[in-house]
Design a protein around this ligand. Sequence first.
Ligand code: SF4
Ligand code: SF4
Length: 441
Amino acid sequence: MQTSFSSIQLADPHVAESEKILRKCVHCGFCTATCPTYVTLGNELDSPRGRIYLIKDMLENGRPADKEIVTHIDRCLSCLACMTTCPSGVNYMHLVDHARAHIQETYKRPLLDRLTRAMLAFVLPYPNRFRAALKLAGFGRPFIGLFEKLPALRPVAAMLKLAPSAIPPASPTAKPATHAGKGTRRGRVAILTGCAQSVLDPAINEATISLLTRLGVEVVVPQGEGCCGALVHHMGREHQALASARQNVDAWMRAIEQGGLDAIIITASGCGTTIKDYGFMLRLDPAYAEKAARVSALAKDITEYLAALDLPEPARRPGTVVAYHSACSMQHGQKITRQPKELLAKAGFVVREPREGHLCCGSAGTYNILQPEISAKLRDRKVKNIEATGASVVATGNIGCITQIASAAKLPVVHTIKLLDWAYGGPKPEGVSDSGLIAAE
Ligand code: SF4
Ligand code: SF4
């Protein structure tokens, strides 16, 4: 694609980076076929190619964002299916991240939208605030119907619908500690405790620590970790996202200095995509660029790490039929496609893949709150495809997808690591049956 940025514009490193990305796009439109919003809405401006044109026009003309571009960029899930499809290697992720930061800086949203976004950015990344908000959600639940009738309050209704009625108690594993590996030492890793996941399902990291230590891996929960910054990054709040990134880089660098790390284990693929991008996000900060690149290189999804460990034979072979849902941040953001399915199969599960596996479930960070209508359409399509597999449980590696799919599916939705932990001697995840369907087939 030809561009016509001035040399003054190109002196801004963010613009220079976006210009390089724009020049790679050859307008072929292959990406439209796999874009969930184009597939759902059928509007070129809600396709990757359409959005790329809108972003180019805004940046090239040095214009503040307007209502049209905000509408179409807000509808983008940042699922990155377009990056998997693109034959030209267009880095849509960095382009849309730049566009979102530009929107945040130059566009004044309607008051309720601003308040909703400010509240999400204030609450979600902080486990104590999020836990308190979930407790308060019970008072708002009777008013969901009313909120749904008022378009400006639909995000509040969506939030209340997603909030679980029971919140598990905080896990002791979320506290800074070192969990010693058992038997022959096979490594030393740090684990990201995370924000929303540690409140919604602390058993995910408990299963991870339990399995890793049984396999001989020492697991460190470093002092000073926090939210990875993805939630606010996708809302264009760059300063807050970079502050989170720096805080985590500091925490993990201390852990590296205190005993070395083979990996930084992440159990939510949405976080993994962002942490693997810290090196890029902090590239212009001389105090952090090198350290952030080192952290990004160490970041591993739990399934990526386990696949390289050469696991023993499982303690039991459950035989349960599992529909594996590959989160967008797993398959498109991190290109991890093989490992989770292979680990599940090796552990004795029967793995089935739903049709249209490349399409997003509509969760996408805060998307299911901010764009509830499109999100619900994508969720229902996803659940239909999952249920058609005939599986008795859904496995996935991202808490956002778990919450989203579980809000409509009739079968249990669990993190992949809980199934693996079970097969390798841990407890059976709640709601999952060991019906031995291998023998029944
Ligand atoms: S990130 Fe997803 S929703 Fe956004 S343009 Fe790409 S494919 Fe479409
Ligand atoms: S597939 Fe890639 S090159 Fe083709 S229009 Fe989409 S982003 Fe541009």
